[in-house]
Design a protein around this ligand. Sequence first.
Ligand code: GRG
Length: 296
Amino acid sequence: MNFNEEYEKRLTEIESILTRYLPEKEGYQKIIMEAMEYSLMAGGKRLRPMLMLESFRLFGGRTACIEPFMAALEMIHTYSLVHDDLPAMDNDDYRRGRKTTHVVYGEDMGILAGDALLNYAFETACKAFDLEPENSLRIGRALKILAEKAGIYGMIGGQVVDVRESGHRISGDLLEFIYRLKTSALIESAVMTGAVLAGAADEEIRRMEEIAGKIGLAFQIQDDILDVTGTEELLGKPVHSDEKNEKTTYVSWKGLEGSRREAARLTDEAIADLRALGRDSAYLEALFRWLVYRDK
Ligand code: GRG
């Protein structure tokens, strides 16, 4: 398998889905649709919708109801980036290689664009009910997962502790708690909703959640590594931001080599768990590897 070719194929598919689910730019409030589009269509790896689609296919899913969910998850992820870049949080001027949303549209519209993306994500995911009313039960279950993993027991909860604990050293346990919620929760939601919508069994959904938990942590460790070793040009965002924000990271905790070892160990474990499901997971395995050895 040529990973790059396969990745590009999926990326094109995802970009076209996102474009289709964007709101029309109209009405007196048109500026908010423009700001939503500006942030959502700025590129990015599209990792979360890609994981969702692969998980859906892994369990035999073939229908279109996955598409509004893919768009919804990328909207939730994008809102979190827009809000994370605000002056009250990381105060960053660049993201995905271009000026951050609040820099272009002003802080007020930056806040509202994040709010709008979060709300529109759920409006979008609900379109699956119109596409496949016969699958309402699965769609309802997937919505519940998405809501929970993005919320106070998931991503927002992780961000709260992250913000509160900036500026001083924290324990490794607390750092892993933050990463599990802030980063892994959305990645877990991706594979779980994909599996639920495809009709996977409860045990399979649980195992996918566990696999994604490991990949999410490995992904965040690599993010910490790239903040130290990467370049602004490749990453499309400022480097050394953890140092600027006085954050404890995996690198400040375990060093570069220790962090690399841990990310590789988690990835190996996740791949072994994935293989144990006994399904055709070749692309997903390659994607996991790429995520931890990525340079952007
Ligand atoms: C503001 C509620 C709220 C949450 C913010 C996601 C997040 C929580 C903050 C962004 C900063 C950060 C380092 C988050 C950890 C997850 C992560 C590595 C996000 C970046 O995701 P990528 O690399 O980004 O998939 P692209 O641009 O490729 O989509």
